[in-house]
Design a protein around this ligand. Structure first.
Ligand code: SF4
Ligand code: SF4
Ligand code: SF4
Length: 373
């Protein structure tokens, strides 16, 4: 946690649930000059989806759903669009899940976002409903999500959320604690100077110990760590060897949706969409000739392995890629497994801190001194 965190938060009333309390806090913050605009998930007018919306008129906040049932667009992508031309002093409060905030922090290290005037507000995350399930039946999706938020039972949430250890991680400037907090309350936890300043502008003083929230969070994270270990062991077996990997990715139609929604895949021209990888018909025929046939579109495995090698040290396991996959490939789970192993080797956690350097831009004398067969 950042400096400024003193083990104290502000216990806010939330008689109508956490979303209403967060809306009220945002409204008050805007009125008191803590921010000029608010980036927050909001239900679309048709009522069957949610999008990040930049709100200038606080009256619009009535439709905001800070803790929304689905992650349609990774919030880090929205922050990139907002700040890509530089920041001209407009102060924005961005409400997002911890995995989105981690992606923002990772993108800052990659010089893709400017956070000078952005205040990030995160919250304990119950997970999100798989996007395709929600699209099929939004009403049922809302019901399932409301139950998960009330009980913290994540079994109907996305597989990646069931194993997510960052679902309570306080990586933003302000964090909203919900686990282990008494019913009808929300615990507002400041992180660092920006968080403390925002709390002061709200006219609040951190005076409530966060110990119970911390204990409940640690317990939940330990459970999720166990689930992740079991899932990874299972996936490692399934993805073992070339044939295992091909089976796991068998349904892939090479549409590259997973790459387009990934906050970390930010290259303007992706190598896998470039003319460089377009061959002539006779090249394809030669390849088909060698093994008798050629799956088209070709190079599916090359795409996944290439993308993995480019960004896996920065993968925040947000699951956006899997949500965007039209054929149900467990692509986030696979990337998360490889990311976990690679990041562990470098003792690196993407998005944990802006100050922590990315492994491939640092040099350690003692790094990788052992060689495996
Ligand atoms: S991946 Fe983690 S932080 Fe992101 S929505 Fe799921 S539980 Fe929340
Ligand atoms: S690869 Fe998938 S899980 Fe990893 S950061 Fe990108 S979208 Fe998120
Ligand atoms: S894994 Fe899914 S989203 Fe990615 S390229 Fe294959 S079919 Fe498309």
């Amino acid at each position: 946690m950042k400096e400024g965190y003193k083990g104290l938060g502000v216990l806010m009333d939330a008689p109508d649930g956490p979303n209403a309390a967060i809306r009220e806090m945002l409204r008050k913050g805007h009125e008191r000059g803590a921010c000029d605009a608010i980036l927050v998930p909001m239900k679309v007018p048709s009522g069957d989806s949610y999008m990040h919306v930049l709100v200038d008129d606080v009256e619009m906040l009535d439709r905001a759903a800070p803790i929304s049932p689905v992650l349609t667009v990774q919030g880090a992508r929205a922050v990139t669009s907002l700040t890509r031309r530089g920041d001209e002093g407009v102060c924005i409060a961005a409400v997002m899940r911890p995995c989105e905030a981690e992606a923002v922090i990772e993108l800052r290290k990659l010089f893709q976002v400017d956070l000078e005037h952005i205040t990030i507000i995160t919250m304990d995350s119950p997970g999100t409903v798989p996007l395709q399930d929600f699209a099929r039946d939004p009403e049922e999706g809302e019901r399932v999500f409301a139950e998960a938020l009330a009980t913290w039972d994540d079994s109907a949430m996305r597989p990646i959320c069931q194993t997510c250890e960052k679902s309570n991680s306080a990586v933003g400037d302000l964090h909203l604690g919900l686990r282990g907090v008494q019913t009808g309350k929300v615990l507002l936890i400041p992180q660092g100077e920006k968080g403390l300043e925002a709390i002061a502008k709200l006219g609040l003083t951190p005076d409530h110990p966060i110990d119970e929230w911390k204990q409940a969070s640690d317990k939940a994270m330990a459970r999720k760590r166990g689930t992740r270990k079991a899932n990874h062991e299972d996936l490692r077996k399934r993805a073992s060897g070339l044939s295992g990997l091909l089976d796991l990715l068998g349904a892939c139609i090479n549409c590259h949706n997973c790459m387009r929604v990934c906050p970390i895949c930010y290259c303007k021209q992706c190598k896998f969409d470039s003319p460089e990888l377009r061959n002539t018909s006779s090249d394809y025929l030669d390849r088909a000739d060698r093994s008798g046939s050629l799956r088209m579109p070709s190079d599916m495995l090359l795409f996944h392995m290439g993308r993995m090698s480019h960004m896996v040290l920065s993968c925040v396991s947000c699951g956006a890629c899997e949500d965007a996959c039209p054929t149900g490939v467990p692509v986030a789970q696979l990337f998360s497994l490889v990311a976990h192993d690679a990041q562990e080797r470098f003792e690196y956690m993407p998005g944990r801190s802006s100050e922590e350097k990315r492994p491939l831009v640092t040099f350690e004398f003692e790094e990788f001194s052992e060689v495996e067969d």
